[in-house]
Design a protein around this ligand. Structure first.
Ligand code: ZN
Length: 369
């Protein structure tokens, strides 16, 4: 009996169907329908329906109460049981909470009506109909190459004291850019194409703004021990603090909900900060995968000391919403390695190893479509 009352109650709460929303694509594709339903007088839709219609990528981290959605190559993070969603560095506020109902994730319809057109100028919501571009393929289409340092920041200084990391990595980056553009069907952008200072934040912001699918930061090493040599590849480490951050985000949300006002605004900023820090976490698997692939290919080709794949908390990788790696191509402080790094033939060999890696990575991810 209890069960029946409970079930009837569920039907009462979740059972009212709303007016569905039609998505019309501005090309000759069939329309899609997104069903809506009312919960406590608020019109909701199930995120999985939008996901299917727009062929987006979706993932849920239950423990962190986060839902990640990538539509038209932009990543949105929804905080479950809250009114927040985040795109890049901006937090959007929904009038009602995002709720989980069994295996459905219900988003207030206001998201489609008001927020989607803000994030996606190409999407129009009019008279209950969404007009949108056809869904895009989510392979590796845009790559950002990031030659480290530049301008007033020379990076590592060579054994000879005459050569700088900033010049070598710029040269390698330009050769790599040219080869990738010529031989792979991809857009390849560079964070600096001359000897100028670019902040770490600007490098990541650029990659995010361009919706890059891969970020490769190029560096050369230096060590007080002049014998140190070899290549190492890094990807971001946040694994240890990931859970603590997620808990923090949730705690902040609770404070916001119950305190309101100016204090809430302060918490709002904190939340933005925590979420920005989380950006790279979603791509750790891919970042780790390409790191190992690259390290293997570089060592095979260059026949130098294998310093392995490592995890570190590089700021330049932190805010990037895409698989991101940082490679140290050799030691400027080592007399022999400095001489090698300066040679164009050696730089081309390095580029070939990076190119082969990107090609293999791209083929794998393009085939997942
Ligand atoms: Zn460096």
């Amino acid at each position: 009996m209890k069960k029946i009352i409970f079930l009837s109650l569920l039907v009462c709460i979740f059972g009212f169907l709303g007016a569905d929303v039609e998505i019309k694509f501005n090309e000759n594709l069939a329309s899609e329908i997104i069903k809506t339903e009312f919960v406590d007088n608020v019109e909701y839709f199930n995120i999985f329906e939008l996901n299917k219609a727009l062929k987006s990528k979706i993932s849920v981290k239950i423990l962190e109460r986060k839902l990640f959605l990538e539509i038209y190559q932009k990543q949105l993070i929804f905080l479950l049981d809250s009114n927040y969603l985040k795109h890049q560095n901006k937090i959007y506020n929904l009038p009602d909470k995002i709720i989980q109902n069994e295996n459905k994730y219900l988003i207030p319809l206001q998201f489609i009506k008001k927020i989607m057109p803000l994030i996606y100028p190409e999407i129009i919501f009019k008279n209950g109909i969404i007009i949108a571009n056809p869904p895009v393929n989510f392979g590796i289409n845009t790559i950002v190459i990031d030659p480290g340092h530049g301008g007033k920041d020379p990076g590592a200084i060579g054994f000879s004291k005459k050569h700088f990391e900033k010049d070598i990595v710029l040269s390698v980056a330009k050769i790599l850019q040219k080869k990738l553009m010529k031989e792979l069907d991809v857009k390849v952008l560079i964070t600096r194409d001359k000897d100028e200072y670019v902040t770490l934040q600007e490098r990541t912001d650029f990659a995010n703004k361009e919706n890059a699918d891969l970020f490769i930061s190029l560096h050369c090493n230096a060590h007080p021990n002049k014998n140190a040599s070899g290549i190492e590849t890094f990807y971001l480490s946040t694994a240890k603090t990931d859970e603590a951050r997620a808990v923090e985000a949730l705690e902040n949300e609770v404070v916001y909900k119950y305190e309101g006002g100016e204090e809430a605004m302060q918490k709002y900023d904190e939340l933005a900060f925590i979420l920005a820090d989380m950006a790279q976490v979603e791509h750790l698997n891919e970042s780790s995968e390409i790191s190992y692939l690259l390290q293997k290919k570089l060592i095979a080709k260059m026949q130098c000391v294998d310093r392995g794949v490592k995890q570190a908390n590089f700021y330049v990788l932190r805010g990037a919403f895409m698989p991101s790696i940082l490679v140290e191509l050799g030691f400027m402080s080592n007399k022999i390695e400095e001489q090698k790094l300066l040679k164009t033939a050696y730089q081309i060999k390095l580029v070939n190893a990076i190119f082969d890696t990107v090609k293999e990575f791209k083929q794998k991810y393009d085939n997942l479509q």
